[in-house]
Design a protein around this ligand. Sequence first.
Ligand code: 1HE
Length: 258
Amino acid sequence: MNYSSLELKMEGPIAVVTLNRPDRRNALDEAAVAEIEHYFSSVPKQVRAIVLAAQGSHFCAGLDLKEHYVKARSAAEFMRVCQGWHRAFDRIQHGGIPVIAALQGAVVGGGLELATAAHIRVGDQTSYFALPEGQRGIFTGGGATVRTARIITPNRMIEMMLTGRVMDCEEGLRTGLLHYLTPTGGALAKAIALAQKIATNAPLSNYAIVSGINKVWDMSATDGLFTESLIAALVQTGDEVQSRLSDFVEKRAEKVAV
Ligand code: 1HE
């Protein structure tokens, strides 16, 4: 695929995927969502972690409202669009590769849905969050009712959607939308540093962490514990584990220390 809404770069085992429509504040039109789905469905084998970033002073202004207006889609057409977003963001969340989002400026509407499909979010002092769908006369459609609500609670999401208010970066940090808050302009460097560290984990452990925990959360306790034992049986055995454990036993491994 020829990407025009995304810019792709490799830094060793890290892929940096950058939203590249800053003149539209990286609003997501159908083409951009199709590119996201395509990239995250065909990530090159050597990639161990992905940084999701954005050009310009805003991460993402959400649904391309101009395209939506011009196309004046029917309910059936928007359901298809919406399911395209779900497929694309599901590939981010459950693709098995850790995704770290680097955020600045507006992370709003569908932009927040995109950010909450990532596993780690790093913001800077300019980053802020909102769900202005109510004001626009629309609703979320990129998975916020599932992913964003799980992070900030349905209670808080309802209030944000009804009022359309802006949540600043400090509140973002408190509510779990941000895992890390950096000085202005610092989110990308921090996200890359985290990706480099994460890339040194065993790939199968990373796969289990990014996919297993959210999947188990959707299950009953009985099913969850059974699934955990199956995942652990796969991840906890084999040559890579033996080699890492021998590093620990022979005192070559890093300790867990503050
Ligand atoms: C856009 C979009 C967009 C900007 N679709 N074109 N999202 C929203 O309700 C957010 C709407 N956007 C804004 O509130 C502001 O644009 C920002 C706060 C993000 C940025 O402000 P600013 O002053 O830096 O830029 P701007 O001048 O408002 O925008 C620059 C251009 O980008 C301008 O076009 P131009 O032709 O006048 O240059 C804007 O029209 C354009 N632009 N945002 C299309 N969203 C699956 S359902 C998901 C539901 C949602 O996502 S609802 C949330 C929609």
